[in-house]
Design a protein around this ligand. Structure first.
Ligand SMILES: Cc1cc2nc3c(=O)[nH]c(=O)nc-3n(C[C@H](O)[C@H](O)[C@H](O)COP(=O)(O)OP(=O)(O)OC[C@H]3O[C@@H](n4cnc5c(N)ncnc54)[C@H](O)[C@@H]3O)c2cc1C
Length: 303
């Protein structure tokens, strides 16, 4: 069912599609077609939540109250390609699609993010990246609205990107400007294929997951056979070495391809994933004394 707020249509009891394929629904969901409608959403609920591709998101089984907003609409999916290598993309543009368009044009810099499902808004907020680079290395600026509906543009240095984080968290990203390098399309394609070969060989891309559940931790002290104090080590390696690959709760289990990916069977529910996260975290803490920090975002009804 849907109601209208001026020109804005708001769906009630709406599905929240995520890559885990579990979790509850949104009391209200809107798909604003432009900045004016997005501003209207903020008037309705200044604490609204933005849904991207749902590729880094777990929604609790009870669903969420308040307003959920998707920017995967034409008004936020425009792209512009400048021959100088400047690319402008709306927050709702799908990263894999943008990568393909850039590769075809011989614009190099984001092909190293191949295989990461995301909208440009979600990729900017999370500073998506991996073994071959991070989005932040090619960001020139990010446009966003604050919760009062004011427009801002931040340069890369103002955003202070870090490992899977940005200073954009309380904002609503509306667009991203990238500086890519004009080069030979064949070179871009070869790099994209190299990344995809790596990803398909090391990650369970066909399973229902949200990518890495935990951030790779920085060790507080030397750990024999693991790493030295101050070193960032793989959370997947810690989980694997702690025996985590055999762990399962209900329909959720640790992937046997990559221990930092938790995967859902058809009968899984969000509670299974939440409990599995707690158990795996405990196992790594008990085994190595390392406290893992969650990378995935969890939405709960009471926040
Ligand atoms: C198979 C698979 C492989 C993956 N591999 C990688 C990888 O290699 N590297 C990596 O970094 N990640 C990886 N991920 C995780 C995921 O792809 C990234 O975190 C991605 O950036 C999430 O973007 P999204 O649009 O899906 O955001 P969502 O999951 O929808 O949202 C994540 C957070 O961003 C916020 N958000 C989204 N859009 C906006 C916006 N416009 N403004 C403000 N806030 C917003 C949401 O509110 C939420 O808090 C993988 C996931 C899967 C399923």
């Amino acid at each position: 069912m849907s109601t209208t707020q001026g020109s804005l249509s708001v769906e009630t009891d709406a599905l929240i599609p995520t890559w885990f394929h579990v979790g509850g629904r949104a009391d209200r969901l809107a798909r604003p077609r432009n900045t004016e409608e997005l501003t209207r959403c903020l008037e309705l609920d200044p604490e609204l939540r933005i849904l991207g591709e749902g590729a880094n998101l777990l929604v609790d089984d009870a669903g969420v109250g308040g307003l959920v907003v998707s920017l995967q609409t034409d008004g936020f999916r425009s792209t512009e390609f400048d021959p100088s290598g400047v690319v402008r993309a709306g927050a709702g543009v799908a990263l894999p699609r943008l990568i393909n368009q850039c590769v075809k044009r011989g614009l190099s810099g984001i092909e190293s993010l191949a295989g990461i499902p995301a909208t440009m808004g979600g990729a900017a907020i999370m500073n998506a990246g991996g073994a071959f680079g991070e989005l932040s290395s090619v960001v020139r600026s990010v446009s966003a609205l604050d919760r009062a509906g004011r427009e801002h543009t931040y340069t890369r240095s103002q955003i202070d990107f870090g490992y899977r984080r940005s200073r954009l968290n309380h904002l609503i990203v509306t667009g991203v400007e990238l500086q890519l390098e004009p080069t030979d399309p064949e070179h871009c394609r070869a790099e994209l294929e190299r990344c995809m070969v790596y990803k398909t060989g090391t990650q369970p891309l066909k399973d229902k997951s949200a990518g890495c559940v935990f951030k790779n931790p920085t060790l507080a002290e030397d750990l024999t056979d693991i790493g030295a104090a101050g070193q960032r080590v793989s959370a997947g390696m810690l989980i694997d070495r702690a025996g985590g690959k055999s762990m399962r709760v209900g329909g959720a289990s640790v992937s046997d391809v990559h221990a930092n990916f938790f995967v859902c069977d058809a009968d899984a529910c969000a509670r299974d994933v939440i409990d599995l996260i707690a158990r795996v975290r405990r196992r790594v803490l008990d085994t190595f004394g390392v406290s893992l920090e969650r990378e995935i975002v969890v939405w709960e009804r009471d926040r």
